[in-house]
Design a protein around this ligand. Structure first.
Ligand SMILES: NC(=O)c1ccc[n+]([C@@H]2O[C@H](COP(=O)([O-])OP(=O)(O)OC[C@H]3O[C@@H](n4cnc5c(N)ncnc54)[C@H](O)[C@@H]3O)[C@@H](O)[C@H]2O)c1
Length: 382
């Protein structure tokens, strides 16, 4: 039974506000933890809606100003689930107030904006993490274990895609609720910071640092009506981005993301080819890891489809019985559980702000290369 409390103040009650709230509510039901999250307060700007959210998810209280929430002494950790342009201000204020900070990805809109966030949490000495949650899907964690155990041998290729199709219509406006991702001022970038940031985080976790990149970005719809000004304005985000890169270990990377791939809603896939073996993963079939091992006896050699659901596979011993699946939402439950376990042991929870800064550096280099077409060093140090 958990004997200690971690009192949460959540900022933002949209998509991520819901996934995180679910994670806080479920973690102690399935993991053996000393700390129990307490849903102390939720903050949103619209009183009626934040109150409804608080009632639905059983938060003890609600606020309409995050500064007031940070000032409360009955809250230990601030969880940032707002649009990207608000992350830095909230995170720095929370750290300065001595609160732990859990921040949604991307850490900030740019590396320059993210750097003071890293400095703030490190100066305050507060525990911090960034919700690159795909690391915590069991099949992805298993991929990490296979690579770290040396099963793939020397890695030659890393390939990742993140494909969507929801912004193809030129009638879709930019900006404001639900559409801040199309507004460069709120989002910082388009698919690079929103989708490729996930791919880059997973890639550097699995395969080490990315040291240089060359990219091609495109904005297919050049102008859209802006919901906040009512005027037709230039679109400043990248609708699509393709980049090539070099990893520190000598392997080559190829990444593609777009919101213009008709038929694809959230097709996140990666494939890694090593000297002895290859692995592939697909978010649409998230419990499976495809594995090919050249060392298998030739007459039965082929791609194996590993259903990652057995008790000795990552995280799965905490869930049902072998053969039964878990879903997307469990990656957030796992991140909460890992954060609480690390709080107990004193370990850092990866990715922390410093580690997420490395992803921001790659995104910046990709966007710079998208402008001039040159190779850009990332400055990543992992
Ligand atoms: N880890 C993931 O897989 C994942 C998935 C989706 C989004 N995200 C990230 O999560 C963050 C939020 O995305 P979302 O999809 O939940 O967006 P959303 O639009 O669904 O919700 C954003 C929320 O922030 C609130 N908000 C904005 N400014 C605020 C302020 N100043 N004070 C209080 N509330 C404010 C909005 O009202 C809304 O409730 C983004 O940084 C996004 O990149 C991560």
């Amino acid at each position: 039974m958990p004997s200690k409390e971690l009192r949460i103040g959540l900022v933002g009650y949209g998509f991520m506000g819901r996934t995180h709230s679910n994670g806080y509510k479920r973690a102690c039901d399935f993991f053996d933890l000393e700390y129990r999250p307490v849903l102390k307060a939720v903050c949103g700007r619209t009183e009626k809606r934040v109150k409804e959210f608080a009632e639905h998810w059983q938060y003890e209280s609600w606020e309409t100003d995050w500064k007031k929430m940070i000032a409360r002494d009955d809250i230990d950790a601030i969880d940032i689930c707002t649009a990207n342009d608000t992350h830095a201000e909230i995170a720095i204020a929370a750290a300065e107030a001595g609160k732990m900070v859990l921040c949604e990805k991307p850490l900030a809109r740019t590396t320059a904006e993210a750097e003071p966030m890293v400095a703030a949490v490190e100066k305050a000495g507060v525990k911090n993490t960034v919700w690159y949650n795909y690391r915590r899907l069991p099949a992805v964690t298993l991929a990490k274990q296979l690579i770290d155990s040396g099963k793939l041998g020397r890695i030659f290729h890393y390939r990742a895609n993140f494909l969507q199709d929801w912004t193809i219509s030129e009638d879709l406006p930019q900006g404001g609720e639900g559409l801040w991702r199309l507004d460069v001022a709120a989002a910082g970038s388009g698919v690079t910071g929103d989708l490729l940031a996930h791919c880059i985080d997973t890639a550097m976790w699995l395969n080490g640092g990315i040291n240089r990149v060359t990219a091609r970005t495109e904005t297919f719809i050049k102008e859209r009506k802006h919901n906040l000004t009512g005027k037709v304005e230039k679109v400043g985000i990248d609708d699509a981005c393709l980049f090539m890169c070099d990893f520190d270990n000598g392997s080559l990377g190829l990444f593609e993301s777009t919101r213009y791939a008709r038929g694809h809603k959230a097709l996140y896939t990666f494939e890694i080819n090593g000297e002895h073996a290859s692995i592939k993963w697909d978010l649409h079939d998230l419990n499976r890891l495809e594995y090919f091992d050249h060392r298998d006896e030739s007459i039965v050699r082929g791609w194996r489809s590993i259903h990652v659901s057995d008790g000795d596979q990552p995280y799965m011993g905490n869930w049902w019985v072998p053969g039964l699946c878990i879903g997307y939402e469990h990656s957030f439950v796992h991140q909460v559980a890992d954060f609480l376990k690390d709080l107990e042991t004193g370990a850092t929870t990866q990715p922390d702000f410093r580690n997420a800064l490395e992803t921001a550096k790659v995104c910046d280099a990709v966007l710079s290369s998208g402008k001039d077409g040159a190779w850009h060093d990332t400055g990543v140090k992992i």
